[in-house]
Ligand binder design. Structure first.
Ligand SMILES: Cc1cc2nc3c(=O)[nH]c(=O)nc-3n(C[C@H](O)[C@H](O)[C@H](O)COP(=O)(O)OP(=O)(O)OC[C@H]3O[C@@H](n4cnc5c(N)ncnc54)[C@H](O)[C@@H]3O)c2cc1C
Length: 405
């Protein structure tokens, strides 16, 4: 029996049914995989086609726990599964795998077809209320409607986390885990935008830049850095680089602020950038500074950079001193933003934290405390970066749990 018909729950049901078990899947929504529909902006980045060994490099929390799961049902096994079940795939930049049709619905349809072929009983609009625990064993669940108990030899909890609660992921799985005496580690939204302190950052709202480098600092210690795309919003920073950074910053931000330095010109060293300024200034020596920077920065950024440099925007370029130019060069390489917090679960791609993996057998996904109880997917204290890795966690742990019952 499986609670939750998302990615992990469907994989678990396939795994259990393939092993000949009579399988029932309870999903509280009126359809399966409601979150899957919105993954990858509706295209569903199902997995990543990197070497299976490299999957571990993209797991942020408890990668080692996933050894049996990833090798038991790998990224390539998932790709084969989808292709054999009528969902052809393609691989894009960064080894990201999508359905050829660019439709997440085709991934769900393939899974659903397989579930039906295998004879899995799918109960929609059927929330699980709690686990049934008898003499230290999990022997079924209690359904919310009519408070009926349904017995089972094994129960797989695949209720997801807390992010995008409108999709059905409202944290029920954590309550079930606690009911069975499991520890749930500290929870936090992750792969989520940052809120920032500076007014001038908010004035950049709507600006999106592709080739920047961001470095996140905890005091003097560099926590994380990445090259890529960043988006400025009315509250702070978002876009791929910021989202990835959030996974490494989430826990620390609960106690203190962090600093992010944005390098607008990562391809140029300080010296090369200074030469570039000199060249541009030579061509525009009679212009005012505010009119001389359009080759270096997008127009929205120019007033912000000049203000931070403290130079009079009306000043003619040929009057700019070496020290002033140096200030601009350094600002361009290190534009500091204070990260004050994260946006909430409503905007978070995943939940960081979850059922402590110390109490789960990594070879089976079974609880070490309560026989008959299994966990799979985001409800566990596992998370990865973007690129298809979070869904692969769900597919692999789901399949392993299903095959282990
Ligand atoms: C906007 C967005 C885009 C994303 N894009 C990607 C992407 O492209 N690639 C990627 O790898 N990851 C992506 N993710 C992350 C990925 O969707 C999740 O990691 C994954 O869905 C987790 O699968 P899961 O089955 O564990 O949980 P979920 O998908 O959350 O499924 C849990 C299911 O359990 C059901 N449920 C909950 N409580 C109960 C209950 N009491 N009784 C019965 N049913 C219950 C829920 O309704 C839900 O259907 C994205 C996430 C979001 C929010």
């Amino acid at each position: 029996m499986i609670a939750g018909g998302g990615a992990a729950g469907m994989a678990a049901a396939v795994g259990a049914a393939l092993n000949g078990h009579e399988t029932i899947l309870y999903e509280k929504n009126e359809k399966l995989g409601k979150k899957l529909y919105i993954t990858g902006k509706g295209r569903c980045n199902v997995t990543n086609a990197c070497d299976t060994e490299e999957l571990f490099d993209h797991i942020v929390t408890n990668g080692k726990f996933l050894y049996s799961a990833f090798y038991g049902f790998s990224n390539f096994d998932m790709m084969t599964f989808l292709e054999e079940n009528g969902c052809p795939l393609k691989t894009e930049r960064g080894n990201r795998v999508f359905p050829v049709s660019d439709k997440a619905s085709d991934v769900i349809a393939a899974l659903e077809r397989k579930l039906r072929t295998l004879g899995v009983t799918i109960c929609l609009g059927e929330p699980v209320k709690e686990l049934s625990l008898t003499e230290g064993r999990c022997d079924g669940v209690v359904l919310s409607k009519a408070e009926t108990k349904v017995s089972a030899d094994a129960v797989i909890v695949a209720c997801g986390g807390l992010s995008y609660p409108a999709t059905g992921s409202t944290g029920d799985g954590y309550a079930f885990a606690r009911q069975a005496g499991h520890k749930v580690t500290e929870l936090s939204p992750a792969l989520v935008p940052f809120e920032c302190a500076e007014e001038d950052v908010r004035s950049l709202q709507g600006l999106s830049l592709k080739n920047i480098e961001a470095r996140v600092y905890d005091g003097d210690r560099i926590l994380w850095k990445e090259f890529g795309e960043m988006l400025f919003t009315h509250f702070g920073v978002s876009g791929p680089v910021a989202l990835s950074a959030s996974s490494f910053a989430a826990r620390i931000l609960k106690t203190r602020t962090l600093a992010m330095d944005i390098d607008w010109k990562p391809a140029l060293s300080l010296e090369k950038l200074d030469e570039r300024f000199l060249r541009d200034f030579e061509h525009a020596k009679n212009k005012q500074l505010k009119n001389a920077l359009s080759d270096l920065y997008p127009s929205r950024l120019i007033p912000v950079m000049i203000k931070r440099s403290g130079i009079d925007p009306e000043k003619r370029v040929n009057e700019i001193t070496g020290a002033e130019r140096s200030r601009l060069v350094h600002l361009t390489k290190s534009f500091r933003v204070t990260l004050t917090g994260l946006r909430g679960y409503q905007e978070a791609i995943i939940t960081q934290g979850g059922v402590s993996v110390k109490e789960i057998n990594p070879s089976t996904m079974e609880s070490k405390k309560t026989p008959g109880l299994y966990f799979a997917g985001e409800v566990l204290d596992l998370d990865g970066v973007t690129g298809g890795f979070n869904l692969q966690i769900a597919w692999s742990t789901g399949m392993l749990a299903g095959q282990s019952v």
